[in-house]
Design a binder for this molecule. Structure first.
Ligand SMILES: *Cc1c(COP(=O)(O)O)cnc(C)c1O
Length: 502
C-alpha cells in the first residue's frame, strides 16, 4: 500500500517514507491510497484477540512495507502491561448521566496520563524502523515544541529508544506546574528539555526555523544525524489511533453491550481533529458507526464548520480549562476534506491556501452534505464543563477530566436534540489527575483547595477514592534534571550544543 499527498496526488511514497518525512514536500498530508476492508467475519475473528494482537493486524494492513516481525516488535514494545498499568491499555467504563448510558473509552492509562501516549509510545518504533529502511545508520533527532502534553508524551515515547535523540522546547511561563515538573524530571539518556523566553508560538516558529536552516542541516548531515518530527500530522501518529476504536467495538461485543454488526456512535473531544479522524478511518474499514459527534470547547471553530461548511479561524482565541483543545487550526481536517472531495487534490489545496491567506474557506455543497450526514458538531462553555464534571461525579461517582467532560456535555446535547440513543463510545483523553485543580474545584468549594498541585492530587484521592496514576504519584520524589532556559534566537545553537556538533 502506498500513500499520497492531500495536495498533490502524484506525490506517492511508501509507508516508511510517509512516516520518516512526516509531511509531504508540497506541504500536504500523507493519506493511504487504499483502505483495508474488514468484513463481519474479520471482526468476528478479532473478538478473540487481545489489544496487542488486534493492533498487529490493523497496523500490518497499513504498513505493508514492514515485515510481520517488525510490526510485532513495535506493538509489543509500545503497549506493555508495565507502561499501561493494565492488560488492556484502553479499558471501557460504562456509566450513566441523567439516565443516558455512555461507554467511556479511557485512553489515558499510559506513562503520561494523556491519550497522546497511545500514538507516541509506538511512533518511535515506527520511525526508527522506517529510517532504517530509508536512511540506514543515521541517528534521528526529534525536535518538539510543546504547550505541555505532547512534549512529555514524546519524551516518554522516545526515552532510551536506540538511534534517536529528542529535544523538547516549552514556553517558560506557558505550562502548568505539573507539566513543567513532568518534563523537568524526565529520565533517559537521549533526552533534553529546555524552556524558552517566549510563548508557544515562539517555540513552534523556532523549531520550524531550525528544521529549515541549511547550515544546521548540513552540520547534522556531516555528523550522521537527521531531523525528524513527532508532529500530530504524521501518519504514524494517526494509525495507532484507528486500532482502539476497532478494539473498543470488539470489547463492547464481548461484554454483551452490543451484538456484532450493531451500529454505534462515537463522541470525541476534539482539537487538532486527529482522534476523531482515526475513528472515521475505522468506519471506512468497515466499523459500523452511525454518527461522529465532534465536541469542542469555547474555541468552537469546528462546530461552526460542521454546521455551516465555513471554516473561519479569524475569531477570538479562548484559554480554557481544557487547554489541549484550545486550537483554531485543526490540521487533520485536511485529510477529511480529501476523502470528502473524492481525492480532489486541487480543491484541497485551494481550501488550504485560502485558510493561509484569507483565514477562511467554504467547502462546496457536496462536501457540506457529506459533513452533515455523518458528523454532529457541538461545543460546551467553561461553566457547563464544570457542571458536567460535578453532575457525573455526584450521580455516577465517575471522575472525568475537563476534556472528557466537554465530550460528555456535547453528547447530552446530541441525545436531547436527536433522541438517538445508539450505543456510544465516548473517548476519554486525560486522567482527571492531570488537571487536578480544575476538576477538584468542581466537586468541593474553592476555599477548601490545597495550595500546591501535588497536594491537590492527594486531596482529590482522599475525597474521591479514585486511584492516582502511578507516574503522577511518583513525580513528587523525582530529581529535577533540566533547568535550562534559552532565548528564542539562540535555539539553533542550543540544539547543536546538545548534539555535540558545534
Ligand atoms: C491532544 C488532546 C485532545 C485533542 O485531540 P486531537 O486529536 O488533537 O483532536 C483532547 N484531549 C486531550 C487531553 C489531548 O491531550
Amino acid at each position: 500500500m502506498n500513500y499520497s499527498s492531500t495536495t498533490d496526488k502524484n506525490n506517492i511514497v511508501s509507508s516508511a517514507q510517509a512516516i520518516s518525512q512526516g509531511i509531504a514536500e508540497d506541504g500536504g498530508l500523507f493519506v493511504p491510497m487504499e483502505i483495508p476492508q474488514y468484513s463481519k467475519e474479520d471482526f468476528q475473528a478479532m473478538l478473540a484477540l487481545d489489544y496487542r494482537a488486534r493492533a498487529k493486524k490493523v497496523i500490518a494492513d497499513y504498513l505493508t512495507d514492514f515485515t510481520a516481525e517488525e510490526v510485532a516488535d513495535c506493538v509489543d514494545n509500545a503497549y506493555t502491561k508495565e507502561k499501561f498499568e493494565n492488560e488492556n491499555p484502553t479499558p471501557i467504563v460504562s456509566t450513566k448521566l441523567n439516565g443516558v448510558e455512555m461507554n467511556i473509552l479511557e485512553l489515558w492509562h499510559g506513562p503520561t496520563s494523556a491519550f497522546k501516549d497511545m500514538a507516541l509510545q509506538i511512533l518511535p518504533y515506527f520511525l526508527t524502523k522506517s529510517l532504517a529502511k530509508k536512511y540506514k545508520g543515521k541517528e534521528a533527532v526529534i525536535l518538539v515544541a510543546t504547550s505541555g502534553d505532547t512534549g512529555k508524551a514524546a519524551l516518554e515515547g522516545f526515552k532510551d529508544v536506540e538511534g534517536t535523540k529528542i529535544i523538547v522546547f516549552y514556553p517558560q511561563n506557558g505550562v502548568s506546574p505539573m507539566q513543567k515538573c513532568q518534563m523537568a524530571t524526565q529520565e533517559g539518556s537521549n533526552v533534553d528539555v529546555c524552556a524558552i523566553e517566549g510563548n508557544f508560538d515562539d517555540a513552534q516558529t523556532g523549531v520550524k526555523k531550525i528544521f529549515t536552516t541549511q547550515s544546521v542541516k548540513e552540520k547534522l548531515q556531516a555528523n550522521g544525524k537527521l531531523f525528524s518530527s513527532a508532529n500530530s500530522i504524521n501518519w504514524g501518529r494517526l494509525l495507532p489511533q484507528i486500532v482502539y476504536y476497532i478494539s473498543a467495538y470488539c470489547d463492547l461485543v464481548n461484554s454483551g453491550k452490543i451484538a456484532l454488526g450493531d451500529e454505534i456512535n462515537v463522541v470525541v473531544p476534539t482539537g487538532n481533529f486527529g482522534n476523531i479522524l482515526a475513528s472515521y478511518y475505522a468506519m471506512l474499514m468497515g466499523l459500523p458507526v452511525r454518527k461522529f459527534i465532534c465536541a469542542s470547547n469555547a474555541n468552537n471553530v469546528l462546530t461552526d464548520f460542521i454546521n455551516t461548511g465555513v471554516y473561519d479561524r479569524q475569531r477570538k482565541f479562548y484559554t480554557t480549562i481544557s487547554p489541549s483543545m484550545d486550537i483554531l487550526v485543526s490540521s487533520n481536517l485536511e485529510r477529511l476534506l480529501y476523502i470528502f472531495s473524492d481525492g480532489d487534490d486541487k480543491k484541497v489545496k485551494s481550501y488550504m491556501t485560502a485558510l493561509k491567506t484569507e483565514g477562511k474557506y467554504e467547502v462546496d455543497n457536496t462536501i457540506k452534505a457529506k459533513l452533515s450526514e455523518k458528523f454532529f458538531g457541538g461545543f460546551c462553555d467553561e461553566e457547563s464543563t464544570k457542571q458536567t464534571i460535578k453532575a457525573l461525579y455526584e450521580q455516577s461517582h465517575y471522575l472525568s477530566d475537563t476534556h472528557t467532560a466537554v465530550a460528555v456535555n456535547v453528547y447530552e446535547q446530541y441525545v436531547t436534540k436527536t433522541g438517538d440513543t445508539t450505543p456510544v463510545i465516548l473517548a476519554s483523553t486525560a486522567s482527571p489527575y492531570k488537571f487536578s485543580k480544575s476538576v477538584l474545584s468542581c466537586i468541593i468549594p474553592e476555599e477548601e483547595l490545597c495550595s500546591s498541585e501535588f497536594d491537590m492530587v492527594e486531596q482529590m484521592n482522599k475525597i474521591t477514592g479514585v486511584a492516582v496514576p502511578k507516574p503522577l504519584a511518583q513525580l513528587k520524589n523525582k530529581t529535577v534534571r533540566f533547568t535550562n532556559v534559552t532565548a528564542v534566537e539562540d535555539m539553533p545553537e542550543y540544539v547543536l550544543k546538545v548534539l555535540g556538533v558545534e
